[in-house]
Design a protein around this ligand. Structure first.
Ligand SMILES: [Zn+2]
Length: 247
């Protein structure tokens, strides 16, 4: 099924496409949504988006401080569970709303795969469970931060078709990515940095905000200044010219 209106890309843009070639339907009929930013306009030609998932667990404050120091905006995907656990961080983020936009990563980090599991996480028994997960995440953000999310990224970032329909039926767009920066916060800093050194204009980066002991924060701190020196311009998803779902 179509996730969102896929833009017809001119050949020049198609030729730039990328490390992750396309949105992938896996063997188990799950979809991993791959997207890039629209870089066709001159003033968006160097855009890159950093997205950070806060699934549950802790806060990588060192990573957030790095982004503040480098003035790099980001789009954070947070769960209800994470928001409730970290009221001080919620207040910190509220004071920096122009730099960090907050989007929906669900209520309890339940993957959008009905009747099966994903990376060891059990999906709900029915699609109503997906709807509850999406609604719970949205309501938590509205309540804690006063903003209404427009994007949804499910736990594990893969989806079955009935769940995709349920998410879109709530007026949310599924947020994909083009560069998996930290493999679920499992990579050491040098490997995180190595993946970042391959970033191109238009990439949407996926990393994690909830594992301060992982290599994610140090890898980003090492590589982000170099990307800035290359003239890449970090934007929040809402500040991009558009987000294109790859076919
Ligand atoms: Zn997650």
């Amino acid at each position: 099924m179509a996730l969102a209106p896929a833009l017809a890309l001119p050949p020049a843009v198609s030729a730039q496409v990328p490390a992750l070639p396309a949105t992938v339907a896996t063997a188990a009929h799950l979809t991993e949504v791959h997207q890039r930013l629209d870089t066709r306009a001159a003033d968006h030609a160097r855009d890159v988006a950093l997205t950070l998932d806060a699934c549950s667990g802790a806060v990588d404050q060192g990573l957030l401080d790095t982004l503040v120091r480098l003035r790099i905006p980001a789009t954070l995907f947070v769960t209800q569970r994470w928001l409730r656990r970290h009221p001080d961080t919620v207040a910190w983020l509220q004071a920096r709303a122009a730099q960090f936009e907050i989007e929906n990563h669900g209520a309890r980090h339940v993957p959008a795969v009905v009747g099966r599991s994903l990376y060891g996480m059990s999906g709900p028994a029915s699609v109503e469970g997906v709807t509850q997960e999406v609604r719970g995440g949205r309501d938590a953000i509205v309540q804690a931060l006063g903003s209404t999310p427009r994007w949804y990224r499910g736990a594990g970032a893969r989806y079955d078709s009935v769940s995709l329909k349920a998410i879109e039926g709530q007026g949310l767009r599924v947020a994909g990515f083009s560069v998996n920066v930290d493999d679920g916060a499992s990579l050491p800093a040098p490997r995180v940095a190595a993946r970042l050194h391959r970033v191109q204009p238009g990439d949407i980066l996926l990393a994690h905000l909830n594992h301060p002991s992982a290599g994610t924060g140090a890898g980003l701190a090492q590589a982000l200044p170099e990307l800035q020196r290359q003239g890449l311009r970090f934007v929040r998803l809402s500040d991009a010219a558009g987000v294109i779902t790859l076919p």
